[in-house]
Design a protein around this ligand. Structure first.
Ligand code: PLP
Length: 469
């Protein structure tokens, strides 16, 4: 394929994209494929001779698209959203076309400097103090892993990378019992070990980890010869949106000199609206905060922002500078790969720049506020349906519920069955979680092109199931 043919197919792809997104409601939200459906349609070896793009494009439509779950569908109420607003898609096309690998300042100065500026735009938009700098990572999992490695190295006085963990006191990390599985994995991969992730029980309507129990656990561990290394708090936990009391937990972290990382992967985007900031009151006490603009802010996946109060600590943990990566003869530059696990870096700030300018911050705030408002309205109607029990009330745009029927002992099976039916029908897409050990259904609104009518479809769907139990 040459660059003239690229123009023809580029135009074709852009038209395809616009039609797809405008007509996306015609698709079932979750792919209706069975396992192996796509695999079995693809030849077992690649072609020896070049094929016309037309054939490849036809196969894309016929073989691939049926196996796609439509994350941009306005009735995608599963997991958390992964939005791709049009301006960010355009920027991603440009970044892909330029094809720069932005690991060092000199490998594309504009990418580094735009990233620094965009981090500051976001910081201001979210009301964070100017002590926070930051970086863009691929995912929250990577950001949390870097934070846990930093906790490890700081508590070991930067000797862990050199000499390893064996023969030392066991490190301890504290988190609520509601944190995301990416925290478990960060504890595994950092060599700290899952048994040293201390899960603090939650309390209250926001299901915050209990600060009193946190303090007791730290005291107990110190008495028993463990080495407390850090705390991971959450704003907007995955199961039900739980929010830790950052202010009280931050006080404990500062008194105990423990590094505090806050996982706000989903709910962080809502902090561009000042009225939601009470959910993370005290956030200025955090050392590291992660949020995913690729979830609720509208930036094409992947795009995760990590704010850092003292970036030097993370740099001391991760930076390595062999001769072939050194920049000689230029002062005052930042090499952003000093702060991440991967060396290679994509040009992710471009899509945030396009997005924030094309929508304006007021446009982005309006989208998030609508999602919260409409979710509350839906919740108010669903809670009055027969055979429905609300298991957690809305936090931002997330609540959980389950179908219940008196006389039926196994409500978990009942809910699993109904959820499968709902998703097989394809009008809406919901996913499950556990609350108080019960299998429950999550509802979360967050797709950019959703409107209130899409929630009416969700209501009708849930109502019909509740009546037919
Ligand atoms: C609260 C929370 N933290 C972390 C993650 C992991 O995000 P990522 O896929 O960016 O690693 C998720 C994913 O949904 C999440 O909900």
């Amino acid at each position: 394929m040459d660059w003239d043919e690229y123009i023809k197919w580029g135009e074709e792809v852009v038209h395809w994209g616009s039609n797809y997104r405008k007509n996306i409601r015609n698709f079932p939200v979750r792919s209706q494929n069975n396992p192996g459906d796509t695999y079995n349609l693809i030849p077992s070896s690649p072609p020896e001779k070049p094929e016309p793009i037309q054939n490849i494009f036809d196969d894309f439509n016929n073989l691939i698209m049926p196996g796609i779950t439509h994350w941009q569908h306005p009735r995608f109420f599963a997991y958390f959203p992964s939005n791709a607003a049009p301006a960010s898609v355009l920027a991603e096309m440009l970044a892909n076309t330029i094809g720069s690998q932005c690991m060092l300042w000199q490998t594309s100065p504009a990418a580094t400097e735009l990233e620094e500026k965009i981090i500051d735009w976001l910081r201001v938009s979210m009301g964070l103090p100017d002590v926070f700098k930051g970086i863009i990572q691929d995912t929250a999992s990577s950001a949390t892993l870097t934070a846990v490695l930093t906790m490890r190295e700081k508590s070991l006085n930067w000797t862990g990378n050199k000499t390893g963990l064996s023969g030392r006191s066991r490190l301890r990390i504290y988190a609520s019992e509601e944190v995301h599985s990416s925290i478990d994995r960060a504890i595994w991969f950092s060599g700290i070990g899952e048994e040293n992730l201390v899960r603090i029980p939650v309390y209250g309507e926001l299901r915050s980890m209990d600060p009193g129990k946190l303090k007791n656990a730290i005291d107990q561990d110190k008495k028993n010869g463990f080495l407390p290394a850090g705390i991971i708090a959450a704003t907007g936990g995955t199961s039900s949106g739980s929010c830790d009391n950052i202010s009280l937990i931050g006080d404990i972290a500062s008194k105990e000199k423990l590094y505090l990382h806050v996982d706000a992967a989903w709910a962080g985007s809502a902090m561009i609206c000042s009225e939601f900031r009470k959910l993370w009151a005290g956030i200025e006490k955090a050392d590291s905060i992660v949020f995913n603009p690729h979830k609720w802010l509208g930036a094409q996946f992947d795009c995760s922002v990590q704010f850092l109060k003292d970036p030097v600590i993370q740099k001391n943990t991760l930076s390595i500078s062999p001769e072939y990566l050194k920049t000689k003869g230029i002062e005052g530059i930042t090499n952003l790969s000093d702060y991440t696990i991967q060396l290679g870096r994509r040009f992710r700030s471009l899509k945030l720049w396009f997005l924030m300018r094309a929508e304006g911050m007021s446009g982005l705030r309006k989208v998030i506020r609508n999602h919260v408002k409409w979710t509350e309205k839906l919740y108010a109607k669903i809670k009055d349906l027969e055979n429905i029990e609300i298991t957690t009330t809305p936090i931002l745009s997330l609540f959980t519920f389950r179908f219940v029927k008196s006389g039926i002992s196994d409500n978990d099976n009942l809910n699993e069955r109904i959820l499968r039916e709902i998703n097989d029908e394809g009008k809406i897409y919901l996913t499950p979680t556990k609350v108080n050990n019960n299998y429950v259904i999550r509802f979360t609104a967050g797709t950019f092109e959703m409107d209130e009518k899409d929630l009416h479809v969700a209501y009708d769907c849930i109502k019909e199931k509740s009546e037919r139990i």
